[in-house]
Design a binder for this molecule. Structure first.
Ligand code: SF4
Ligand code: SF4
Length: 459
Protein backbone atom coordinates (compact mmCIF):
# COMPACT_ATOMS: atom_id res chain seq x y z
CA UNK A 1 0.00 0.00 0.00
CA UNK A 2 1.42 3.39 -0.91
CA UNK A 3 2.01 6.02 1.72
CA UNK A 4 -0.64 8.25 0.23
CA UNK A 5 -3.26 5.54 0.47
CA UNK A 6 -2.27 4.98 4.06
CA UNK A 7 -2.58 8.66 4.78
CA UNK A 8 -5.98 8.82 3.18
CA UNK A 9 -7.16 5.77 5.16
CA UNK A 10 -5.78 7.32 8.27
CA UNK A 11 -7.73 10.52 7.74
CA UNK A 12 -10.96 8.62 7.15
CA UNK A 13 -10.83 6.88 10.53
CA UNK A 14 -12.62 8.61 13.39
CA UNK A 15 -10.99 7.38 16.62
CA UNK A 16 -13.93 8.53 18.79
CA UNK A 17 -16.88 7.02 16.98
CA UNK A 18 -15.40 3.98 15.31
CA UNK A 19 -15.41 0.53 16.85
CA UNK A 20 -12.54 -0.90 18.90
CA UNK A 21 -11.42 -2.90 15.91
CA UNK A 22 -11.38 0.23 13.76
CA UNK A 23 -9.40 1.90 16.51
CA UNK A 24 -6.92 -0.91 16.37
CA UNK A 25 -6.55 -0.76 12.57
CA UNK A 26 -6.28 3.03 12.80
CA UNK A 27 -3.39 2.70 15.23
CA UNK A 28 -1.57 0.15 13.13
CA UNK A 29 -2.09 2.26 9.98
CA UNK A 30 -0.67 5.27 11.84
CA UNK A 31 2.29 3.23 13.00
CA UNK A 32 2.92 2.03 9.48
CA UNK A 33 2.79 5.58 8.11
CA UNK A 34 5.13 6.74 10.83
CA UNK A 35 7.55 3.92 10.05
CA UNK A 36 7.47 4.69 6.34
CA UNK A 37 8.03 8.34 7.10
CA UNK A 38 10.97 7.56 9.38
CA UNK A 39 12.53 5.33 6.73
CA UNK A 40 12.10 8.13 4.21
CA UNK A 41 13.73 10.67 6.53
CA UNK A 42 16.65 8.33 7.26
CA UNK A 43 17.28 7.69 3.58
CA UNK A 44 16.79 11.28 2.38
CA UNK A 45 19.08 12.75 5.03
CA UNK A 46 21.70 10.05 4.50
CA UNK A 47 21.86 10.72 0.75
CA UNK A 48 22.00 14.49 1.31
CA UNK A 49 24.75 14.08 3.91
CA UNK A 50 26.75 11.97 1.43
CA UNK A 51 26.57 14.62 -1.30
CA UNK A 52 27.29 17.41 1.16
CA UNK A 53 30.38 15.53 2.31
CA UNK A 54 31.55 15.13 -1.30
CA UNK A 55 31.04 18.86 -1.82
CA UNK A 56 32.96 19.78 1.31
CA UNK A 57 35.73 17.29 0.57
CA UNK A 58 36.13 18.39 -3.05
CA UNK A 59 39.54 20.07 -2.78
CA UNK A 60 39.87 23.83 -3.01
CA UNK A 61 36.75 25.15 -1.24
CA UNK A 62 37.34 28.72 0.00
CA UNK A 63 36.82 29.22 3.76
CA UNK A 64 33.95 31.61 3.01
CA UNK A 65 32.00 28.68 1.53
CA UNK A 66 31.36 27.21 4.99
CA UNK A 67 28.08 29.11 5.72
CA UNK A 68 26.74 28.01 2.31
CA UNK A 69 27.55 24.36 3.09
CA UNK A 70 26.02 24.89 6.51
CA UNK A 71 22.67 26.06 5.13
CA UNK A 72 22.46 23.10 2.72
CA UNK A 73 23.15 20.81 5.69
CA UNK A 74 20.55 22.58 7.84
CA UNK A 75 17.83 22.21 5.23
CA UNK A 76 18.58 18.80 3.75
CA UNK A 77 20.41 16.87 6.47
CA UNK A 78 19.00 18.32 9.70
CA UNK A 79 15.62 19.11 8.11
CA UNK A 80 15.48 22.55 9.71
CA UNK A 81 13.38 25.45 8.59
CA UNK A 82 15.01 28.54 7.06
CA UNK A 83 16.28 31.03 9.61
CA UNK A 84 13.81 33.87 9.97
CA UNK A 85 12.12 36.03 12.60
CA UNK A 86 9.24 34.06 14.20
CA UNK A 87 6.42 36.11 12.63
CA UNK A 88 7.88 36.19 9.11
CA UNK A 89 5.87 34.16 6.63
CA UNK A 90 7.49 31.95 4.02
CA UNK A 91 6.42 32.13 0.41
CA UNK A 92 7.56 29.17 -1.67
CA UNK A 93 8.56 29.80 -5.28
CA UNK A 94 9.33 27.38 -8.09
CA UNK A 95 11.26 29.27 -10.68
CA UNK A 96 13.60 32.20 -11.24
CA UNK A 97 10.72 34.00 -12.95
CA UNK A 98 9.01 34.90 -9.65
CA UNK A 99 10.27 38.31 -8.45
CA UNK A 100 11.65 37.81 -4.92
CA UNK A 101 11.45 41.61 -4.55
CA UNK A 102 7.63 41.51 -4.31
CA UNK A 103 7.81 38.90 -1.54
CA UNK A 104 10.41 40.84 0.45
CA UNK A 105 8.42 44.05 -0.06
CA UNK A 106 5.47 42.63 1.93
CA UNK A 107 7.79 41.49 4.73
CA UNK A 108 7.74 37.80 3.79
CA UNK A 109 10.67 35.55 2.89
CA UNK A 110 10.95 33.74 -0.44
CA UNK A 111 12.23 30.17 -0.45
CA UNK A 112 12.87 28.38 -3.72
CA UNK A 113 11.30 24.93 -3.40
CA UNK A 114 12.43 23.21 -6.62
CA UNK A 115 13.92 19.97 -5.38
CA UNK A 116 16.76 17.66 -6.36
CA UNK A 117 16.12 14.92 -3.79
CA UNK A 118 16.66 11.36 -5.01
CA UNK A 119 14.56 9.96 -2.17
CA UNK A 120 11.60 12.32 -2.60
CA UNK A 121 11.76 11.64 -6.37
CA UNK A 122 11.20 7.93 -5.70
CA UNK A 123 8.06 8.74 -3.65
CA UNK A 124 6.82 11.24 -6.25
CA UNK A 125 7.25 8.59 -8.95
CA UNK A 126 4.08 6.93 -7.58
CA UNK A 127 2.13 10.18 -7.45
CA UNK A 128 2.56 11.74 -10.89
CA UNK A 129 2.73 10.27 -14.41
CA UNK A 130 5.83 8.27 -15.26
CA UNK A 131 7.01 10.76 -17.89
CA UNK A 132 6.82 13.83 -15.62
CA UNK A 133 10.22 15.40 -14.89
CA UNK A 134 12.12 14.38 -11.72
CA UNK A 135 11.96 17.90 -10.29
CA UNK A 136 8.17 17.73 -10.10
CA UNK A 137 8.29 14.18 -8.71
CA UNK A 138 10.69 15.26 -5.95
CA UNK A 139 8.52 18.27 -5.02
CA UNK A 140 5.39 16.13 -4.83
CA UNK A 141 7.31 13.48 -2.89
CA UNK A 142 8.30 16.01 -0.21
CA UNK A 143 4.77 17.39 -0.12
CA UNK A 144 3.36 13.94 0.48
CA UNK A 145 5.82 12.96 3.21
CA UNK A 146 5.34 16.16 5.22
CA UNK A 147 8.81 16.04 6.73
CA UNK A 148 10.43 19.15 5.25
CA UNK A 149 9.71 22.31 7.27
CA UNK A 150 10.47 24.49 4.23
CA UNK A 151 7.47 22.93 2.46
CA UNK A 152 5.21 22.45 5.44
CA UNK A 153 5.67 25.98 6.80
CA UNK A 154 4.84 27.71 3.51
CA UNK A 155 2.00 30.20 3.77
CA UNK A 156 1.71 30.44 -0.02
CA UNK A 157 3.30 28.80 -3.03
CA UNK A 158 3.81 30.73 -6.24
CA UNK A 159 4.14 28.48 -9.27
CA UNK A 160 4.91 30.09 -12.63
CA UNK A 161 3.18 28.29 -15.45
CA UNK A 162 6.23 27.78 -17.62
CA UNK A 163 5.76 24.21 -18.82
CA UNK A 164 3.16 21.45 -18.64
CA UNK A 165 4.83 19.87 -15.62
CA UNK A 166 4.65 23.13 -13.65
CA UNK A 167 1.05 23.65 -14.72
CA UNK A 168 -0.06 20.25 -13.48
CA UNK A 169 2.06 20.61 -10.34
CA UNK A 170 0.27 23.89 -9.52
CA UNK A 171 -3.05 22.06 -9.77
CA UNK A 172 -1.88 19.25 -7.49
CA UNK A 173 -0.36 21.62 -4.93
CA UNK A 174 -3.57 23.63 -4.82
CA UNK A 175 -5.37 20.63 -3.36
CA UNK A 176 -3.01 20.64 -0.36
CA UNK A 177 -1.75 24.19 0.18
CA UNK A 178 -2.52 27.74 -0.79
CA UNK A 179 -1.07 28.06 -4.31
CA UNK A 180 -0.93 30.90 -6.81
CA UNK A 181 -0.43 30.04 -10.49
CA UNK A 182 1.57 32.85 -12.04
CA UNK A 183 1.15 33.12 -15.80
CA UNK A 184 4.36 34.11 -17.55
CA UNK A 185 4.55 35.27 -21.17
CA UNK A 186 5.55 32.82 -23.85
CA UNK A 187 6.76 35.53 -26.25
CA UNK A 188 8.68 38.11 -24.31
CA UNK A 189 9.42 40.30 -27.31
CA UNK A 190 5.69 40.88 -27.67
CA UNK A 191 4.52 44.00 -25.78
CA UNK A 192 0.97 42.73 -25.20
CA UNK A 193 2.34 39.55 -23.58
CA UNK A 194 4.59 41.65 -21.38
CA UNK A 195 1.69 43.89 -20.41
CA UNK A 196 -0.20 40.79 -19.31
CA UNK A 197 2.74 39.76 -17.13
CA UNK A 198 2.82 43.21 -15.49
CA UNK A 199 -0.86 42.77 -14.64
CA UNK A 200 -0.13 39.28 -13.32
CA UNK A 201 2.43 40.75 -10.93
CA UNK A 202 -0.10 43.37 -9.81
CA UNK A 203 -2.59 40.56 -9.11
CA UNK A 204 0.01 38.68 -7.08
CA UNK A 205 0.47 41.60 -4.66
CA UNK A 206 -2.85 41.28 -2.72
CA UNK A 207 -2.23 37.52 -2.39
CA UNK A 208 1.17 38.21 -0.83
CA UNK A 209 -0.23 40.97 1.38
CA UNK A 210 -2.96 38.67 2.69
CA UNK A 211 -0.32 36.13 3.65
CA UNK A 212 2.08 38.48 5.40
CA UNK A 213 -0.43 40.93 6.84
CA UNK A 214 1.66 43.84 5.51
CA UNK A 215 0.93 46.06 2.57
CA UNK A 216 3.44 46.87 -0.11
CA UNK A 217 4.61 50.48 -0.38
CA UNK A 218 6.80 52.37 -2.78
CA UNK A 219 9.53 52.47 -0.13
CA UNK A 220 9.37 48.75 0.70
CA UNK A 221 9.48 47.80 -2.99
CA UNK A 222 12.38 50.17 -3.70
CA UNK A 223 14.26 48.79 -0.67
CA UNK A 224 13.82 45.19 -1.79
CA UNK A 225 14.96 46.07 -5.33
CA UNK A 226 18.06 47.62 -3.74
CA UNK A 227 18.68 44.55 -1.60
CA UNK A 228 18.44 42.26 -4.62
CA UNK A 229 20.58 44.72 -6.56
CA UNK A 230 23.36 44.29 -4.00
CA UNK A 231 23.14 40.50 -4.42
CA UNK A 232 23.36 40.94 -8.22
CA UNK A 233 26.38 43.21 -7.77
CA UNK A 234 28.15 40.61 -5.61
CA UNK A 235 27.26 37.98 -8.20
CA UNK A 236 28.73 40.08 -11.01
CA UNK A 237 32.00 40.43 -9.06
CA UNK A 238 31.99 36.69 -8.44
CA UNK A 239 31.46 36.05 -12.16
CA UNK A 240 34.56 38.08 -12.93
CA UNK A 241 36.60 35.81 -10.64
CA UNK A 242 35.06 32.78 -12.31
CA UNK A 243 36.53 33.87 -15.64
CA UNK A 244 40.07 33.61 -14.33
CA UNK A 245 42.46 31.15 -15.95
CA UNK A 246 43.54 29.04 -14.05
CA UNK A 247 40.36 28.80 -11.95
CA UNK A 248 40.07 30.40 -8.51
CA UNK A 249 37.05 28.35 -7.43
CA UNK A 250 35.58 25.00 -8.48
CA UNK A 251 32.29 25.17 -10.38
CA UNK A 252 30.63 22.60 -8.11
CA UNK A 253 31.31 24.92 -5.17
CA UNK A 254 29.87 27.82 -7.17
CA UNK A 255 26.73 25.76 -7.79
CA UNK A 256 26.45 25.07 -4.06
CA UNK A 257 26.50 28.75 -3.16
CA UNK A 258 23.82 29.45 -5.76
CA UNK A 259 21.70 26.63 -4.31
CA UNK A 260 22.18 28.19 -0.86
CA UNK A 261 20.68 31.43 -2.24
CA UNK A 262 17.30 29.63 -2.24
CA UNK A 263 17.31 29.26 1.56
CA UNK A 264 19.03 32.40 2.87
CA UNK A 265 17.63 35.90 3.28
CA UNK A 266 19.10 37.97 0.45
CA UNK A 267 21.03 40.36 2.74
CA UNK A 268 22.72 37.45 4.55
CA UNK A 269 23.61 35.72 1.29
CA UNK A 270 25.05 38.92 -0.20
CA UNK A 271 27.15 39.60 2.89
CA UNK A 272 28.63 36.12 2.68
CA UNK A 273 29.27 36.58 -1.04
CA UNK A 274 31.11 39.79 -0.22
CA UNK A 275 33.45 37.80 2.07
CA UNK A 276 33.85 35.11 -0.57
CA UNK A 277 34.75 37.70 -3.21
CA UNK A 278 37.36 39.16 -0.86
CA UNK A 279 38.84 35.70 -0.40
CA UNK A 280 38.91 35.12 -4.16
CA UNK A 281 40.64 38.48 -4.68
CA UNK A 282 43.30 37.34 -2.22
CA UNK A 283 43.62 33.99 -4.00
CA UNK A 284 44.16 35.83 -7.26
CA UNK A 285 46.88 37.95 -5.67
CA UNK A 286 48.55 34.89 -4.13
CA UNK A 287 48.20 32.89 -7.37
CA UNK A 288 46.29 30.29 -5.38
CA UNK A 289 44.49 28.31 -8.07
CA UNK A 290 42.21 25.27 -7.96
CA UNK A 291 42.93 24.09 -11.51
CA UNK A 292 45.96 23.48 -13.65
CA UNK A 293 46.81 25.56 -16.67
CA UNK A 294 45.62 23.05 -19.23
CA UNK A 295 42.70 21.53 -17.37
CA UNK A 296 39.67 21.34 -19.74
CA UNK A 297 37.30 24.25 -19.03
CA UNK A 298 33.71 22.98 -19.08
CA UNK A 299 30.38 24.77 -19.02
CA UNK A 300 27.08 23.22 -18.02
CA UNK A 301 23.68 24.20 -19.37
CA UNK A 302 20.25 22.59 -19.59
CA UNK A 303 17.71 21.46 -17.02
CA UNK A 304 18.10 22.72 -13.44
CA UNK A 305 20.69 21.11 -11.15
CA UNK A 306 19.48 21.25 -7.58
CA UNK A 307 21.10 19.93 -4.41
CA UNK A 308 21.53 17.07 -3.59
CA UNK A 309 21.37 16.09 -7.29
CA UNK A 310 24.90 17.31 -8.00
CA UNK A 311 26.23 14.09 -9.48
CA UNK A 312 26.98 15.67 -12.87
CA UNK A 313 29.02 18.71 -11.70
CA UNK A 314 30.87 16.43 -9.28
CA UNK A 315 31.63 13.95 -12.06
CA UNK A 316 32.94 16.75 -14.31
CA UNK A 317 35.37 17.93 -11.64
CA UNK A 318 36.27 14.48 -10.35
CA UNK A 319 37.18 13.22 -13.83
CA UNK A 320 39.64 15.99 -14.65
CA UNK A 321 37.54 18.92 -15.89
CA UNK A 322 37.06 22.30 -14.28
CA UNK A 323 33.53 23.65 -14.32
CA UNK A 324 33.86 27.32 -15.20
CA UNK A 325 30.36 28.21 -16.42
CA UNK A 326 26.87 27.38 -15.21
CA UNK A 327 24.02 28.58 -17.39
CA UNK A 328 21.29 26.61 -15.58
CA UNK A 329 18.59 28.49 -13.71
CA UNK A 330 20.08 27.41 -10.38
CA UNK A 331 23.32 29.03 -11.53
CA UNK A 332 24.21 32.56 -12.47
CA UNK A 333 21.05 33.00 -14.59
CA UNK A 334 18.99 33.82 -11.51
CA UNK A 335 21.15 36.79 -10.56
CA UNK A 336 22.89 37.75 -13.75
CA UNK A 337 20.78 40.68 -14.88
CA UNK A 338 20.18 43.71 -12.65
CA UNK A 339 16.79 45.43 -12.44
CA UNK A 340 17.00 48.60 -14.50
CA UNK A 341 14.62 51.27 -13.25
CA UNK A 342 13.87 54.00 -15.77
CA UNK A 343 10.56 55.35 -14.48
CA UNK A 344 10.78 56.03 -10.72
CA UNK A 345 7.03 55.66 -10.03
CA UNK A 346 5.55 52.55 -8.35
CA UNK A 347 4.29 51.40 -11.74
CA UNK A 348 7.76 52.03 -13.14
CA UNK A 349 9.26 49.71 -10.49
CA UNK A 350 6.70 47.04 -11.30
CA UNK A 351 7.45 47.26 -15.01
CA UNK A 352 11.19 47.10 -14.36
CA UNK A 353 10.67 43.90 -12.38
CA UNK A 354 8.48 42.39 -15.10
CA UNK A 355 11.23 43.14 -17.62
CA UNK A 356 14.02 41.89 -15.40
CA UNK A 357 12.34 38.56 -14.69
CA UNK A 358 11.44 37.66 -18.26
CA UNK A 359 13.21 39.54 -21.05
CA UNK A 360 16.80 38.49 -20.29
CA UNK A 361 15.78 35.04 -19.00
CA UNK A 362 17.40 32.33 -21.09
CA UNK A 363 15.01 29.56 -20.09
CA UNK A 364 13.89 27.67 -23.22
CA UNK A 365 10.23 27.81 -22.18
CA UNK A 366 9.87 30.90 -24.39
CA UNK A 367 8.89 30.58 -28.05
CA UNK A 368 11.97 32.29 -29.44
CA UNK A 369 15.25 31.09 -27.98
CA UNK A 370 17.79 32.93 -30.11
CA UNK A 371 18.72 35.00 -27.06
CA UNK A 372 19.55 31.80 -25.20
CA UNK A 373 21.99 30.72 -27.90
CA UNK A 374 23.54 34.19 -27.90
CA UNK A 375 24.03 34.11 -24.11
CA UNK A 376 25.59 30.65 -24.18
CA UNK A 377 28.04 31.75 -26.89
CA UNK A 378 28.84 34.85 -24.86
CA UNK A 379 29.57 32.71 -21.78
CA UNK A 380 31.75 30.37 -23.83
CA UNK A 381 33.84 33.33 -24.95
CA UNK A 382 33.97 35.06 -21.52
CA UNK A 383 34.90 31.92 -19.59
CA UNK A 384 37.17 30.44 -22.28
CA UNK A 385 35.01 27.32 -22.32
CA UNK A 386 36.38 24.32 -24.25
CA UNK A 387 33.40 21.97 -23.95
CA UNK A 388 29.72 22.09 -23.01
CA UNK A 389 27.76 19.52 -21.02
CA UNK A 390 24.08 19.75 -21.93
CA UNK A 391 21.98 18.36 -19.09
CA UNK A 392 18.51 17.01 -19.84
CA UNK A 393 16.34 15.84 -16.98
CA UNK A 394 14.31 12.90 -18.25
CA UNK A 395 10.86 14.29 -19.10
CA UNK A 396 12.03 17.90 -19.46
CA UNK A 397 11.00 18.46 -23.06
CA UNK A 398 11.70 22.20 -23.25
CA UNK A 399 15.42 21.70 -22.82
CA UNK A 400 15.51 18.61 -24.99
CA UNK A 401 13.87 20.55 -27.85
CA UNK A 402 16.68 23.10 -27.78
CA UNK A 403 19.55 20.65 -27.84
CA UNK A 404 19.85 20.19 -31.60
CA UNK A 405 19.94 23.94 -32.28
CA UNK A 406 22.67 24.42 -29.72
CA UNK A 407 24.69 21.48 -31.05
CA UNK A 408 24.52 22.97 -34.57
CA UNK A 409 25.54 26.42 -33.35
CA UNK A 410 28.43 25.14 -31.24
CA UNK A 411 29.53 22.94 -34.15
CA UNK A 412 30.11 26.15 -36.14
CA UNK A 413 32.38 27.36 -33.33
CA UNK A 414 34.10 23.98 -33.08
CA UNK A 415 33.12 23.70 -29.40
CA UNK A 416 32.36 20.07 -28.44
CA UNK A 417 29.04 19.45 -26.69
CA UNK A 418 27.70 16.34 -25.03
CA UNK A 419 24.02 15.67 -24.23
CA UNK A 420 23.65 13.98 -20.87
CA UNK A 421 20.19 12.66 -19.98
CA UNK A 422 19.57 11.67 -16.41
CA UNK A 423 17.07 11.72 -13.57
CA UNK A 424 17.24 11.72 -9.78
CA UNK A 425 18.70 8.35 -9.18
CA UNK A 426 22.18 7.12 -8.60
CA UNK A 427 22.06 4.05 -10.79
CA UNK A 428 23.39 5.82 -13.88
CA UNK A 429 26.44 7.34 -12.18
CA UNK A 430 28.99 4.87 -13.57
CA UNK A 431 27.59 5.16 -17.08
CA UNK A 432 27.67 8.98 -16.79
CA UNK A 433 31.21 8.85 -15.43
CA UNK A 434 32.42 6.89 -18.49
CA UNK A 435 30.79 9.34 -20.92
CA UNK A 436 31.94 12.48 -19.12
CA UNK A 437 35.47 11.12 -18.67
CA UNK A 438 35.65 10.31 -22.41
CA UNK A 439 34.37 13.81 -23.24
CA UNK A 440 37.06 15.41 -21.09
CA UNK A 441 39.75 13.20 -22.67
CA UNK A 442 38.52 14.29 -26.10
CA UNK A 443 38.94 17.94 -25.14
CA UNK A 444 42.43 17.26 -23.83
CA UNK A 445 43.40 15.59 -27.12
CA UNK A 446 41.88 18.42 -29.13
CA UNK A 447 43.79 20.94 -27.05
CA UNK A 448 47.02 19.00 -27.52
CA UNK A 449 46.51 18.89 -31.28
CA UNK A 450 45.94 22.66 -31.38
CA UNK A 451 49.03 23.56 -29.36
CA UNK A 452 51.89 25.01 -31.42
CA UNK A 453 54.59 22.39 -32.01
CA UNK A 454 57.98 23.05 -30.46
CA UNK A 455 60.63 23.89 -33.12
CA UNK A 456 62.76 20.92 -34.05
CA UNK A 457 60.18 18.31 -33.13
CA UNK A 458 58.81 16.50 -36.15
CA UNK A 459 55.41 14.72 -36.29
S1 SF4 B 1 14.05 25.64 -16.10
FE1 SF4 B 1 12.98 27.53 -16.71
S2 SF4 B 1 10.89 27.18 -16.07
FE2 SF4 B 1 12.09 25.64 -15.01
S3 SF4 B 1 12.58 26.60 -13.04
FE3 SF4 B 1 14.26 27.08 -14.42
S4 SF4 B 1 13.79 29.08 -15.30
FE4 SF4 B 1 11.90 28.24 -14.39
S1 SF4 C 1 11.27 23.23 -17.19
FE1 SF4 C 1 11.89 21.09 -17.20
S2 SF4 C 1 12.79 20.74 -15.20
FE2 SF4 C 1 11.57 22.61 -15.04
S3 SF4 C 1 9.58 21.87 -14.34
FE3 SF4 C 1 9.46 21.99 -16.58
S4 SF4 C 1 9.98 19.93 -17.24
FE4 SF4 C 1 10.64 20.09 -15.10
Amino acid sequence: MSLINNKKNNQEVNPVTDSKQDNHSCKSATTMVERQRQRFVDKATKVSAKYLRRLVELPGAPDAMQPFFQVLGDIYVDLKNVEKPADTKIVGTYCVMVPDELIYAVGAQPVKLCSGSYTAFAIGDDLVPRDACPLIKAVMGFQAMEVMPIYDDCALMVVPITCDCKKKMAGMLKQRVSTYALHVPTAKSDDSDMEQYVQELYQLIPELEAVSGQTISYQSLAASIDAMGFAQYQMSKFNEFKKHVPALIKGTHAMALMNAFSYLPVAQWSQQMHLLNQELAQRKKDKHYVSKDKQPRIMITGSPIIFPNIKIPLLIEETGGILVGDETCMGERSLYDPTVVVDQSFDGLMRSLANRYTRPCTCPTFVDNSQRIYRIKQMIADHQVQGVVYHVLRGCLVYDFEYQTLEDELGKLDVPVIRVESDYNEEDIEQLRIRIEAFIELIKLKDLALRPKKPGIVG
